[in-house]
Design a protein around this ligand. Structure first.
Ligand code: C5P
Length: 314
């Protein structure tokens, strides 16, 4: 059986609107998710044992059953128990490039790569829809990580509608390395503070869900209008994360002073990104930020928006 190496891209949220509560305890969302070139690399190798073993070059990443990549492999062994009995377990090596606790779906991307890779390794021939159904059981943004690109995500985040690619744009990502933000905390705090504004009846929910499809940012993406996309960036979770984390607020303010298309926090943070038109502009913003905030704890990455989800590494 063959070994496989996969590229697992991070994502940013160009748009994140919280619509209401769901009976399953999650939130009803309307998002626009965007893959970026910043990616982990996942190597999968059959190990001839009955075990799933995770290795990572970053000692801060847990390698036990709490790792989403492990959970993805465990789900495959449960779902395809006979194949697993025949072929045995897998070694998963993660080259970690996507920062953690960042709102960039790093763990989700790794899990998506394990699903895609084990499908190939075990020659299961799963369809994209079958892979995304498995992905949704592991986490709300993992189905998107499988297919990637640019997409509207509604429901929990798992209902996807592909949009035209905006891979002509670039982003500068900035994050205090020591500051990770818990996604459950961000949503729980949002519920505590804003649930009075939640949509509760089904018609309003469907109307709000539909509104994003015909909204300004989707039109701007269709028109390949980077300036308009930058003006339409939105993230409801900023309302709880920025007041609680002055470092994120400061990053957002400083990036907002530079010449960019727009600035926004990604997911539940702590990454703030600036959308820009070229690699040259990204480099310039990176230098300006380094000069304005010379903090060794500050990580800055420049990246291009990507049209791809999980891919085989060459
Ligand atoms: O699905 P996932 O495990 O990635 O979600 C992490 C957490 O984010 C959930 O436990 C929940 O607190 C919150 N969440 C939510 N509504 C969503 C997606 C995530 O409340 N649609």
């Amino acid at each position: 059986m063959q070994a496989y190496s996969l590229i697992a891209p991070a994502k940013i949220n160009l748009y994140l609107e919280i619509i209401g509560d769901r009976p399953d305890g999650y939130h009803e969302l309307a998002m626009i998710l965007q893959s970026i070139d910043l990616a982990d690399r996942i190597d999968l190798r059959p190990n001839g044992t009955d075990q799933i073993r995770v290795h990572c070059d970053d000692p801060e990443v847990p390698t036990d059953s709490s790792n989403l990549a492990y959970k993805a492999a465990a789900l495959m062994t449960e779902q395809f128990a006979e194949v697993y009995r025949k072929f045995g377990g897998v070694d998963i090596s993660i080259a970690k490039r996507i920062p953690m606790g960042a709102g960039l779906a790093g763990g989700s991307a790794d899990a998506a790569a394990v699903l895609v890779g084990m499908d190939l390794m075990w020659k299961l021939g799963l369809t994209l829809i079958e892979l995304q159904e498995l992905a949704a059981r592991l986490g709300s943004d993992i189905p998107f990580c499988v297919s990637g690109g640019t997409a509207i995500a509604t429901g929990r985040g798992e209902q996807l509608a592909a949009l035209p690619s905006v891979d002509f744009l670039y982003a500068v990502l900035a994050k205090h390395r020591s500051l990770g933000i818990s996604t459950p905390w961000a949503y729980k705090t949002y519920r505590q503070q804003f649930s009075s504004s939640y949509v509760t009846d089904r018609d309003s929910l469907l109307e709000r869900r539909q509104r994003v499809h015909s909204g300004d940012i989707v039109a701007a993406i269709g028109q390949r209008d980077g300036h308009k996309i930058g003006q339409c960036l939105h993230n409801d979770l900023e309302k709880v994360v920025l007041p609680a984390h002055p470092q994120v607020e400061q990053l957002r303010q400083i990036l907002g002073q530079f010449e960019t298309l727009g600035v926004m926090m990604s997911g539940s943070g702590s990454t703030v990104f600036a959308l820009v038109e070229s690699q040259a502009q990204a480099n310039q913003v990176q230098q300006q930020l380094q000069a304005a905030l010379p903090d060794p704890d500050l990580g800055i990455w420049t990246t291009r928006l990507s049209a791809h989800g999980i891919q085989l590494a060459h």
